[in-house]
Design a protein around this ligand. Structure first.
Ligand code: ADP
Length: 335
């Protein structure tokens, strides 16, 4: 309830000709829009050139976009989503703007988890709210257009529930380890094979080859089965998500001194060096728009890191832009 009442996103909706269908008060304030808006075009009332050009591009390419814009002394996070029209091609756009000036200021300080999570939930909520309000504002909206809106609303609702699922996962693992770490002896070979198998149909559906390699029959480690499977599934899911059709994802398990290493190696786009230390942070994404398009939440790797550390292990990444990524889990070997 607090999150809802604190919603102060600017929300605007336009048709394909950029004629405004809806503009809330927050949008007027954030974008300094004055006077009557209905029936007028976005660029006639909004002087933020970067935002106008984001909308031009989104309508032209049919691709949603998300950017942080500097407007005077403030930072605005702007997300442009396409509105359905009942047929092919967009019926317009919905624009959500959040003032993230304070968020920017706090970024160097440790941002509170609740603040992070609320921030992530706000954009999809604002999109839903904006679409619902657009439907309410336009009682004469054709049936098929309305159906398109509802399906977009369903999509955003799914995204919200995905984020909440992963948040719950994080907190469940937290509580689990605080109350009873209860690690048991496990065979990492069998467990890894199981995790790889569970992702096989996803890989096949995207024409990606999953290749599990190990010279070991079995290898014992101390662990919690469910958490370790989750960890590997998150790594595999990313490797598959960021690969393209025809690529191979290799999972390699081998001993390295007193540790067992499981490496997940992909041929994807790689990760820029300056981002590599940050991708394990909650909600950090190298390319937010692309991550969201792929159904990402930015939480997967923070869960991975959390599980690895509660097992006395470590997760490392080696990657080069254009040359793929290797994520390696190291767990202390038993005996
Ligand atoms: P997401 O849900 O966005 O995938 P993650 O926490 O799993 O969140 O990953 C954080 C970010 O790290 C991703 O948004 C992506 O930019 C980058 N990333 C993770 N795995 C890979 C990979 N295998 N190849 C390229 N980039 C990756």
């Amino acid at each position: 309830a607090r999150i809802l009442s604190a919603l102060q996103e600017g929300v605007l909706a336009t048709d394909t000709e950029q004629v405004l269908l809806h503009a809330n008060d927050a949008a007027r304030k954030l974008l300094d829009i004055k006077g009557e808006t209905s029936g007028r075009r976005l660029w006639e009332v909004c002087r933020v050139a970067q935002l106008n050009s984001m909308v031009d591009v989104a309508l032209e390419t049919h691709e949603p976009d998300e950017q942080t814009l500097q407007v005077g002394t403030r930072f605005l996070e702007v997300s442009v989503e396409l509105l359905p029209n009942g047929g092919s091609g967009p019926g317009g756009v919905i624009i959500v703007c959040q003032d993230v000036t304070e968020h920017h200021r706090l970024e160097s300080i440790r941002v509170d988890f609740v603040a992070d999570a609320s921030h992530e939930l706000k954009t999809p909520l604002a999109v839903i709210k904006g679409m619902v309000e657009t439907i309410i504002d336009d009682p004469a909206m054709p049936k098929d257009v309305r159906a398109g809106f509802l399906s977009k609303i369903a999509q955003q609702t799914n995204r919200l529930s995905h984020i909440v699922d992963e948040l719950l996962q994080l907190s469940r693992f937290d509580q689990f380890y605080q109350s009873d770490p209860g690690l048991i002896e496990l065979d990492l070979v069998g467990l890894t094979r199981h995790a790889v198998k569970s992702q096989e149909s996803l890989a096949t559906s995207r024409s990606i080859i999953l290749d599990f390699r190990t010279g070991l029959e079995n290898s014992q480690v101390m662990g919690d089965r469910e958490s370790l499977v989750q960890l590997l599934v998150n790594l595999l899911d990313n490797a598959i998500k960021y690969s393209v059709s025809g690529d191979t994802v290799v999972v390699e398990l081998k001993q390295a001194g007193d540790f067992m290493n499981v490496a997940v190696i992909d041929e994807g786009p790689g990760i820029p060096e300056e981002d590599q230390s940050r991708i394990f942070e909650r909600f950090y994404r190298v390319d937010p728009a692309r991550s969201k398009e792929l159904g990402g939440t930015g939480l997967g790797l923070s869960i991975v890191k959390h599980i690895a550390s509660t097992h006395g292990g470590e997760i490392t990444v080696q990657s080069k832009v254009g040359a793929g990524s290797t994520f390696t889990l190291s767990l202390p070997k038993l005996g």
